[in-house]
Design a protein around this ligand. Structure first.
Ligand SMILES: *[C@@H]1O[C@H](CO)[C@@H](O)[C@H](O)[C@H]1NC(C)=O
Ligand SMILES: *[C@@H]1O[C@H](CO)[C@@H](O)[C@H](O)[C@H]1NC(C)=O
Length: 252
């Protein structure tokens, strides 16, 4: 009994779970440039297990897939690890020439379209759901636990509230309705926090544009994620520390 308890203890010490983050500049270390920070950086303040922030500025669901970034992240995933996936800011439709990031427009896995590369080649591209669900399935195949998070708001207001979310929040939600995947409506939890703080205070979180937060803004965005997590069903809730349990605002 004692021996098996000890070996269990040793095993659990060597195999601590890890939280991986896949996303864009709004999540990445260093954010989108000078004096900005991504929300994935302060997230570790609220969890009892390590966070590996693999978010990269400029990435979309498609480019994170086609550049092999999901493949290399998933290669590190062990059974029981969490992977938080949040894209949308770079996934919008580009101009006449493909930018390597835009997804086929539409809500569903089997949506494709053809775009023209700079060299004139026609390329078949897929939907947001296609790229994300392929990653989700590869994560699950390794025993990992995917968490789909909706895109963060921009600092754009309609009257006294943050402007409504665009289609990428809807797409993330559609993936998240699969009950085997946890969904955090990060957009709505950040909007809740921002609406309470008001436009003047929130605008101070945006030093360079309406997308990239300061470190102070990243903290608020990170707290909003933790609030959404605590209000949902993910087992990552079990690894939220006292500071995480004390983040402001309530369940939506
Ligand atoms: C996508 O299309 C393939 C081939 O027609 C089909 O087997 C698959 O079930 C479809 N997947 C979804 C999620 O609709
Ligand atoms: C044209 O560009 C696409 C996209 O970058 C690339 O995959 C393809 O190999 C290129 N084709 C040629 C002939 O250079």
């Amino acid at each position: 009994m004692m021996r098996s308890f000890l070996s269990f203890l040793c095993l659990s010490m060597v195999s601590a779970q890890t939280v991986y983050l896949a996303g864009d500049s709004t999540m990445a270390l260093g954010g989108g440039g000078s004096s900005t920070q991504g929300w994935g950086v302060p997230l570790s303040q609220f969890l009892t297990i390590p966070v590996v922030n693999d978010a990269v500025a400029g990435e979309s669901a498609r480019s994170y897939s086609t550049e092999g970034r999901f493949t290399s992240l998933i290669a590190s995933v062990k059974s029981g690890d969490f992977v938080i996936i949040e894209f949308g800011h770079n996934d919008a439709t580009a101009g006449a020439v493909d930018n390597g990031k835009q997804d086929a427009v539409g809500d569903g896995y089997n949506i494709t379209s053809t775009v023209t590369a700079a060299n004139g080649t026609q390329i078949l591209i897929h939907s947001f759901a296609f790229y994300i669900e392929n990653a989700v399935n590869s994560i699950k195949a390794k025993g990992g636990i995917p968490i789909i998070s909706s895109v963060t708001p921009d600092n754009i207001w309609t009257g006294t509230t943050i402007a409504p979310a665009g289609r990428f929040q809807t797409y993330a939600h559609s993936i998240g309705v699969d009950t085997s995947i946890t969904y955090v409506d990060h957009f709505s939890y950040v909007a809740q926090a921002y609406n309470k703080l008001g436009q003047t205070a929130v605008t101070a979180f945006y030093p360079i544009d309406h997308l990239h937060t300061s470190a102070a803004g990243a903290l608020v965005v990170s707290e909003a994620f933790v609030r959404g997590l605590l209000c949902g069903t993910s087992t990552l809730k079990n690894f939220v520390n006292a500071a995480g349990k004390a983040v402001p605002n309530g369940c939506l």
